[in-house]
Ligand binder design. Sequence first.
Ligand SMILES: [Zn+2]
Length: 583
Amino acid sequence: MRVEASEPAKQPSGGVMGRMELSLSFFRRHLEGREAGKELKRREGADRSVRATSRVYNPAMRKAFAVLFLLTISLPLFGQSKPDVDDLKKQAISAVEGRQVFTQQMVDQIFSYSELGFQEHETSRYATGILEKNGFKVERGVAEIPTAWIATYGSGKPVIAFISDLDCIPRASQKPGVAYHDPIIEGAPGHGEGHNTGSAVNVTAALVLRELMEKYKIPGTLKVLPGIAEELLGTKAFYVRAGLFKDVDIVLGSHVEASLGTQYGQSFAPQGLVSVQYMFHGKASHAAMAPWDGRSALDAVELMDTGWNFKREHLRLQQRSHYVIINGGEQPNVVPSEAAVWYYFREMDYGHIRELYDLGNTMAEAATIMTGTTVTRKVVGSAWPPNYSKVVAEVQQRNIERVGMPQWSDADQTLAKALQKELGKPADGLKTKVDELKPPSPDTELGGSDDVGDISWNAPMVYLRYPANIPHTPGHSWADGVAEATPIAHKGSTAGAKVQALTALDFLLSPELVKRAWDYFKDVQTKDAKYTPLIGADDKPAIEFNQQKMEKFLPELRKYYYDPAKYKNYMEQLGIQYPTVKK
Ligand SMILES: [Zn+2]
């Protein structure tokens, strides 16, 4: 772990209070809320009546005013619990709107970096640079992952953490604003999932919150973290193991979608998994002259796969398992001394994932017995199925409804419909209504996995879906990159930043709400299942992954890095007419 020498974060003057007893900080928060509100009104020139009455002071009136004053400051303690939250929210919304150019530049910049999991060097340098410049203290290389970091501002409780992914997709290079496959660099990685927008959402929200916290002396701590190598499900279990969420009160994740919404519970959630590579080791020999001297590692791979495919019929219907052979030997006249296969074992809960993984390990061992080889394994990724907080989701939903969907232009809708047509999907364009908050479905839904699941079992968490993509895209492909550096992504990220900021304010200003989220977390969310990591004590993050792939494309990619000093947006830099659609 490496702690970068950086300027100590500027502490808000309310920081010391944050460490005090809950009740005290609660009391003070109400006072500060009132002061904040008063200052607001003063600025708006709305407290003329107070100034007018102050001219008619006399001792009797002063006493009456004193009683009245005491009454009003004590009222919120027993009455309403959130004074002036609304004023602060209005300010937060206009501050996010005031940062639209900043948000757009961040979206475009990270899009142009296009870095694969564990190789997010430029992206992390860029994001941490912004946060440091804005008073956040940055610790780099956390959890033994070179591109991971944690940025902190403020002090004391509550601790609100923001997280969003950074990595991109192999072979997904795509010109933004073009409604058909047209890569910037043929075969290169690209943001074909839209992870370039998440940091723009969270960082914009964090900077706005920092300003408000400083201005109104709101105690609390903000933490911003990147989802490194999410596409490999490669880091969150290691984050948890490194204790990054130990003192976190509320986690506000954000992920790109074609809609604005949130969810709670488990059955909306994707599956959990273990992603593991089995490396078989045999003995090389001439495949024709002395095959009896050889021990084929490839035989072991094939026997393991055959065994697994027979077993598949007798596994629960909820399981999903798949593999690719990543090393099948060198050439046919050499008995392969090395061969490897990469498995994903997906299931619905920890117990079943563990069972499937153990079964895989047994089959790998069995294959070595049949072939006289040995096996070693490397866990590449793991994920618990997510378990989102109902308390936090309900708070977030109110903010989602308040913020609403972005105003799409004709050009935005034209791009969306043209892409949908290109993909052979219903050409119904972009969504114009926010999603309702639905109770978790009783039917389990199968699907992909996301390693934020591990975090959601360690603190009350929700995952905001913000509307920065086009509906009906296939995911993980060039098509999902089409909108990701266009006004669709820019406006969607601004909407997301507003919701994140408003939801954080709700929890920063109400210790009761934080307590309710934790009560629910303990009494409901984790009542029947406790978090046990799927990674072992000796497992290490797969930080060498994607290194070669990235090195191959870096020289070309560098030529296309976005330069905001020269170009208003990335499409302008690339000379793209918005939208570019087939005639
Ligand atoms: Zn993702």
